[in-house]
Design a protein around this ligand. Structure first.
Ligand code: DGL
Length: 267
């Protein structure tokens, strides 16, 4: 048993998809979240810069009492591949849990992956999937505009601009006949309706944030690190840019108020 918090980080609000899932699965756990909102997007940066930022994000989380770290960012997870960024506590990115879920889901062995430019450039999802299920075909496409559309609230199912952009990005993947599509960026679940409408009912969407949260639960359980608290846990959010902007974005993102207190990481 361990009552310390679970540390979660992302470049912005995207990792909240993992937090929402953690709140559902492990309601008594405390969560410390760091969103590096001053430096988003990570997805258009070099490998070296992404790794440097990830180490800095972890150093910030370590100022708090934490028992596990989740890199709830598709970009960080892909750039580091299957490596851990810490050696003294459990760590997971979104890569392996998501690849495993996609391999279990696909029936025809054709999996699509969408993510930021850095994520697709790394080739990590294809590599992880082929290690788990060698005969799988993987079709990737970078969708750099999606993060900006999400951050600007262009997420309604009927949004013409987002629908057009989605068609442009998804057409080549749909043409390959995939039956499973990895949302390899934690921002993309907010576009799930538009993506699902375009891809059709026969395609299963896998949310990377959700899969990382499920994986974290198993990880803590296996190591006997779950809390024995019986009351509801708390969420604390730290951001490197404006608290107000984060709250506004998160409201769009979650389609509800942020449950928890938001602090500046600079104080
Ligand atoms: N949350 C990031 C990811 O999952 C996307 C935003 C960014 O580019 O930093 O890749």
């Amino acid at each position: 048993m361990n009552n310390d918090a679970i540390g979660v980080f992302d470049s912005g609000v995207g990792g909240l998809t993992a937090v929402m899932e953690l709140n559902k699965l492990l309601p008594n756990e405390n969560i410390i979240y760091f969103g590096d909102t001053a430096r988003i997007p990570y997805g258009s940066r070099s490998r070296e810069t992404v790794i440097k930022y990830a180490h800095e994000d972890i150093a910030f989380l370590r100022k708090h009492k934490i028992k596990m770290i989740i890199a709830a960012c598709g970009t960080v997870s892909s750039v580091i591949g299957t490596n851990s960024l810490v050696d003294d506590m459990p760590f997971t990115g979104v890569l392996l849990p998501t690849a495993q879920a996609a391999c279990s889901s696909t029936k025809n062995g054709k999996i699509g992956v969408i993510g930021t430019s850095a994520t697709i450039r790394s080739g990590s999802f294809a590599k992880a999937i082929k290690t788990i299920r060698p005969n799988t075909s993987v079709y990737g496409n970078a969708c750099p505009l999606f993060v900006h559309l999400v951050e600007n609230g262009y997420t309604d199912r009927d949004n013409k601009v987002t629908k057009l952009v989605a068609e442009e990005y998804l057409a080549p993947i749909k043409a390959e006949g995939v039956d499973t599509l990895i949302l390899g960026c934690t921002h993309y679940p907010l576009l799930e309706d538009i993506i699902a409408d375009y891809m059709g009912d026969s395609v299963t969407l896998i949310s990377s944030g959700k899969e990382a949260a499920k994986y974290a639960e198993i990880c803590l359980m296996e190591r006997n690190l779950l809390t024995d608290r019986t009351e509801k846990g708390t969420n604390k959010f730290y951001v490197s840019d404006s608290i107000e902007l984060f709250e506004e974005n998160a409201r769009h993102f979650l389609r509800s108020e942020v449950v928890g207190d938001v602090f500046s990481s600079n104080e």
